[in-house]
Design a protein around this ligand. Sequence first.
Ligand SMILES: [Zn+2]
Length: 149
Amino acid sequence: MPLTPCRQCAEPVDDQSAVCPHCHAPRPAVREWHGEGFEWRSHAQWLGVPAVHVAFGNGANGRPRVARGVIAVGQRAVGGVAVGIVATGFVAVGVVGVGVISLGVVAVAAGAAVGVNALAPLAFGVVAAGYAVGGVAVFGWKILFAVAR
Ligand SMILES: [Zn+2]
């Protein structure tokens, strides 16, 4: 197996190895490593943040990419409108959504949340907890509707 110096620590590594055994750098035999997955950001920016940022996979540091933009889409998304597995934003849509308005399997919001589990002042979900709530199992001050109590 041909050996190449690691891009990061210069120790000899197999050029097919996925991770450097010495310093844990991803793809150590590759000279220029930009990570894996997919990343795209719009040229248009707003307050220094891309208008749209889409990011999936791991970055050059081997860590999961985080999408940050006015509209952010990715496994981890942070933005005005965030869509992701874990989404944090003014409007957050994700498996886990945290925002002012959230949709998700687990949705936590400062305003309104809709999800399997919803926690917000205004919450709708299979399990909904908040001030004004609606859903199957609801915990709240004002019950808007409830399938079971
Ligand atoms: Zn290394």
